[in-house]
Design a protein around this ligand. Sequence first.
Ligand code: F0G
Length: 486
Amino acid sequence: MNQNSRTIRFFSGEDIPMEMHKVRMVQRLTLLPVQERLRAIREAGSNTFLLKNREVFLDMLTDSGVNAMSDRQYAAMMLADDSYAGSETFFRLEAVLQNFFGTDFFLPAHQGRACENIIAGTLVKPGSTAIMNYHFTTTKAHVVRFGGVVEEVIGEGGLQVESDAPFKGDFDLDKLADVVGRVGAQNVSFIRVESGTNLVGGQPVSLQNMKEVSAFARGQGILTVLDASLLADNLYFIKLREQACFDKSTAEIVREMASLFDIIYFSGRKLGCARGGGICTSNRELFMQMRDMVPLFEGFLTYGGMSVREMEAMAVGIEETLDMDVISQTPIFVEALAKELIQKGVPVVTPPGGLGCHVDAGRFLPHVPQTQYPAGALAAAIFIAGGVRGMERGTLSEQREPDGSEHLASMELVRLAVPKRVFTLSQIKYVADRLAWLHANRDLIGGLEFIEEPKTLRFFLGKLRPIGDWQQQLADRFAQDMPSQL
Ligand code: F0G
């Protein structure tokens, strides 16, 4: 640990995540009895996306749009200047982003995937290749929609569940050069760096690696794109783990990073802890090309589908991203959860990343074949065991191959997202405890099969059923083991 760590060392020697805020508004939670949790997950087709919030005790589905906002963000919302065109709010947000990234132009969009639609629509030609450390679900869907293909060149360690590599999101530069050599630089639509690489466990990319990727791309005349949705966590890890950055300010690091890319986009549901998104660039030509699509898909250029209140909150949230006490909150709570789980023998992705704690469903349920969606089954089981809603991040989140066969995911993970400043340490301990109970009873858990399978992004709305009656057995075992905890 270096001096930038935000955990607090107790007299006992333990490192404890410390809430660097106080709770001034609360929302009531309910914990349904286990048989009602079973009924709810059945009605949801064993898909945690289809649960209702009132059925959920701890919502760890995602951090998207559900991070806690600060008092300063709420205060800013009151000052929003509402108008279809030319609102003061837009110019305030634009100025904040210009200062944050050091870029000249800003295009607003209603969320991250809308930016992906615009970028892919501008840059992806049929048959072209978009190269990235790793895909994100919506990113890939947009590239494919425009006739492109995605190549992933993440370093080998990125796909190893357990590791002590500090930057598992890094590109393998040799693989990158190989892909470009194979497809030809002129056929590469762009190279996309995903900070805080989501699907491999919220794993960071080092500034050094970004520099190398950018230098290579620029040498080849290939455009570079930064997905900055998970920049906050990535920034914390750079300050914590990258020696060359220990003494740089967060603002300096962001500026240096941004200078490496032709286009930067983000989901404002994550970066800035509000709801919306945007694209930043200093390339006038690209700006003009992308700009055409904003009024068509998003709304007028000075709001892009966002409410002005959210834009005000986002502007403050982006500024707060430079504060280590703010951006440390998810990583240190993810680490605390991962540590508890490891102690209890539950397999998780290491080192713990940002975004959430990622449970290794492959190792948790070795008896469930990938074609029966072990990560989906585990997510449903976690809900039955504790009313905790996680998200499947495995084969279910992949698209089928054109011939209808399954595209087996490289990793079968259940993500337990830790939205910023939402959960307390006792809630985190509860999650670890219910996971430990589940792990002790893992033999009961079986697989899932589809009863309703959408063609695109099937994980969002697909409905499945358990193969056999394992969900009932699991609920009954819980009732038997923990009669006072129904
Ligand atoms: N890029 C990354 C790295 C993301 O994590 C997300 C969203 C997007 C793009 C798309 O942004 O949702 O605003 O349209 N991730 C959410 C999640 C959905 O739960 O991880 P969006």
